[in-house]
Design a protein around this ligand. Structure first.
Ligand SMILES: Cc1cc2nc3c(=O)[nH]c(=O)nc-3n(C[C@H](O)[C@H](O)[C@H](O)COP(=O)(O)O)c2cc1C
Ligand code: SF4
Length: 244
């Protein structure tokens, strides 16, 4: 079982690690406590949870808000909010491929694609951020999920929807994303096109690469500029995806 499965309402264990919220949280709390003890108070230690499991019978924002309050009360330094990625709605693997929790609707929602709206999962961080604030907790809440450019990141922060921005694929695509944003060089950011090639190869335990990097690269070229990215023609040939 993954830690997310322990926390889920779908955790049907009958021992002290399932049933009540306290029991479901037990393993996470135990890990938190030994990790905190090993690291000491001066080390930043946060937890990532699902804002919504996005499967029938799983956690919703209502439950993740309650979990967040318990974690805040335990003294974690930040909360990072993801969603989905459940086994319950995952399609079976293709012959010869490993199983993956990311092959169903809940899995797809974990990493919004090109056709999803920007900031697709921000509402979850926003819900948790506002709920824990209301009862007096002030730990930072991180929003993640298709936040492609600094303008949207800034908007989310300014509107109080989250305290910090989490970037996965945009940073894989262009590791200088933050540096370029800070220096006002947004136009030089090589944009993630949310094709999910990286996630798919990662799921297959293959080298995680980005379709935007020049052919054959296993890391982003540094520095990396938009003119170096693979052409649209080559991209659609590689990915077979007309949206690329
Ligand atoms: C290659 C890859 C590996 C990832 N591995 C994890 C992981 O181990 N744990 C996790 O919580 N999220 C993982 N994620 C999800 C990201 O942390 C992030 O939540 C998701 O990609 C959506 O954000 P983005 O649109 O900025 O990429 C991974 C994402 C990618 C692309
Ligand atoms: S392969 Fe690159 S462009 Fe495609 S989703 Fe991953 S990071 Fe973004």
């Amino acid at each position: 079982m993954t830690l997310s499965q322990f926390l889920s309402l779908l955790n049907k264990r009958t021992d002290e690690y399932g049933g009540s919220l306290e029991n479901s949280l037990r393993i996470v709390m135990e890990i938190y406590e030994v990790t905190r003890k090993a690291l000491g108070k001066g080390f930043v230690l946060g937890v990532r949870i699902n804002g919504d499991d996005l499967v029938m019978g799983g956690n919703t924002l209502l439950h993740s808000t309650e979990i967040s309050m318990r974690l805040a009360a335990a003294g974690i330094d930040y909360l990072s909010i993801s969603c989905g990625g459940q086994w319950e709605d995952a399609l079976p693997p293709k012959l010869g491929e490993p199983p993956s929790a990311y092959r169903g609707y809940s899995g797809l929602r974990c990493w919004p694609r090109a056709w999803d709206p920007d900031g697709a999962n921000v509402y979850l961080a926003e819900g948790i951020c506002k709920a824990i604030c209301k009862v007096g907790y002030s730990i930072p809440v991180i929003a993640a999920g298709k936040i492609p450019m600094p303008g949207l990141a800034e908007e989310i922060l300014q509107e109080g929807k989250a305290d910090l921005i989490g970037l996965g694929r945009p940073l894989l695509c262009d590791p200088d994303w933050v540096k370029k944003a800070m220096e006002g060089r947004e136009k030089e950011i090589v944009r993630c096109i949310y094709c999910n090639h990286c996630a798919e190869v990662n799921d297959l335990f293959q080298t995680t690469t980005c379709i935007q990097w020049p052919q054959g690269y296993i890391n982003a070229p540094l520095p990396f500029f938009p003119k170096q990215k693979r052409s649209e023609k080559k991209l659609s040939k590689v990915s077979g995806n007309p949206t690329c």
